[in-house]
Design a protein. Structure first.
Length: 215
């Protein structure tokens, strides 16, 4: 079960809206070029501050709590065994229907990105259902998709959705060499859109990594 701290789910989704996208610290050479701009997002999305998309949600089940911790990484310290690392971020929201989406990119020590994805995969298996308590009543989510998307090339995609389609959570995570890419989204009908956004983000990341000069 998840509880939404401080009341309405809408307030959680709209946290950070209306500000310019930002990163809290310098990034590695060319790394900022791997994150998406507002012009590359679907129509209706606006930029926001770097944020935890699932902020305010507290899973009671420890496996679901671990899943949320692994998915909603905002700083290098959110990744086990990492104190500091180059990072870049982009965040977006849509007002109607309400959706919040963030892209997080980290350049990690050798092998750490792949281990984080493996940890996420184990957490997903152990968390088949989620219940969210809100001021408007309970929202029950079930895991509807845990799959590899061919165009994402070894990325992990998972989606949780309410049976009537009012709300859902989506995560796409990939290790590209030592880079960890995470795309999180909360809102309704976000599974395929999150995957499309992640495909664009991966294309940009691979282009940056293939470009001449420092990685």
């Amino acid at each position: 079960m998840w509880r939404i701290v401080g009341g309405a789910l809408l307030a959680t989704l709209l946290a950070g809206c209306g500000a310019e996208a930002s990163s809290s610290k310098p990034v590695a050479v060319n790394m900022s070029g791997a994150v998406l701009s507002g012009a590359e997002m679907p129509t209706g999305f606006l930029t926001a501050d770097n944020q935890r998309v699932f902020e305010g949600m507290e899973p009671v089940d420890p496996d679901c709590a671990r899943l949320l911790q692994l998915a909603d990484v905002q700083t290098p310290r959110d990744i086990r065994g990492v104190e500091d690392a180059p990072e870049a971020h982009a965040a977006f929201y849509r007002a109607s229907p309400v959706v919040s989406l963030a892209e997080h990119l980290f350049r990690l020590p050798s092998g750490r990105a792949a281990r984080h994805v493996a940890e996420m995969r184990r957490a997903i298996v152990r968390c088949p259902r989620i219940e969210v308590e809100t001021a408007e009543g309970d929202i029950r989510l079930r895991r509807v998709d845990t799959r590899k998307v061919k165009a994402l090339r070894n990325a992990l995609a998972v989606h949780y959705a309410e049976v009537r389609g009012r709300f859902g959570l989506s995560v796409v995570m990939a290790a590209v060499g030592n880079d960890l890419l995470v795309v999180d989204a909360a809102g309704s009908g976000m599974s395929r859109l999150t995957e499309r956004v992640a495909i664009k983000a991966l294309e940009k990341l691979r282009a940056v990594r293939a470009a001449p000069g420092p990685p």
